[in-house]
Design a binder for this molecule. Structure first.
Ligand code: SF4
Ligand code: SF4
Length: 189
């Protein structure tokens, strides 16, 4: 039984605050982020509600929502937040926490966005930049949809929208070091 005045630790709130460098308790639910967000209507819960869910410690519900995966990291919301909360950073943090805790969403769209996210990061880590053609191929293979958007490929290739082959990136090694350093910093937190 919880005694009167006893506080229950909200571990989820603590974890998100720590990872994002924000204090979610600062959010006073004004909703400005929702009116600015270009994709809030596609989200299960818009940013204001996500803030409230974190405050309430609703970890599972937050992880299973598509909101953090639909976030474009455009920062339109944080530019208008009167409490100066870095909302895209919060969204990114809950994405990382969900990956770390190996949460597998049911929503097929979220599954695909998550795969796209992983392939993109892996591409940048390996080559120092993204390779559209390779990324499209990997994405189609990993989502078991081999011919997805194939009809668009000839036109895009002819117009030079999708470069063939790998352009050498001078700073690829430096980018790999940057990834390693970021992972190290993340593990020491
Ligand atoms: S704009 Fe900021 S304070 Fe207002 S609801 Fe969104 S996160 Fe909270
Ligand atoms: S950063 Fe994410 S939550 Fe904020 S406005 Fe852009 S899409 Fe919406």
């Amino acid at each position: 039984m919880i005694a009167l005045g006893q506080q229950i630790e909200n571990k989820f709130l603590t974890a998100v605050n720590k990872k994002s460098g924000n204090n979610i308790l600062d959010c006073y639910q004004c909703g400005k982020c929702v009116s600015t967000c270009p994709v809030s209507s596609f989200m299960d819960f818009p940013p204001r509600e996500i803030m409230q869910m974190i405050k309430l410690g609703l970890k599972d519900e937050t992880y299973m929502a598509n909101s953090m995966w639909f976030c474009l990291t455009c920062a339109a919301c944080s530019g208008r937040c009167p409490r100066e909360i870095d909302i895209p950073r919060v969204m990114e943090s809950i994405r990382h926490l969900a990956i770390e805790e190996n949460v597998n969403p049911d929503d097929p769209h979220v599954k695909n966005i998550r795969k796209f996210h992983e392939i993109f990061l892996d591409m940048v880590r390996r080559y120092g930049r993204n390779y559209e053609l390779r990324m499209m191929a990997e994405f189609n293979i990993r989502t078991r949809n081999l011919f997805k958007d194939m009809h668009l490929a000839p036109k895009a290739l002819l117009k030079g929208k999708i470069p063939i082959g790998h352009e050498k990136v001078k700073s690829a090694k430096a980018i790999q070091r940057m990834f390693k350093l970021a992972e190290k910093l993340e593990n020491t937190k």
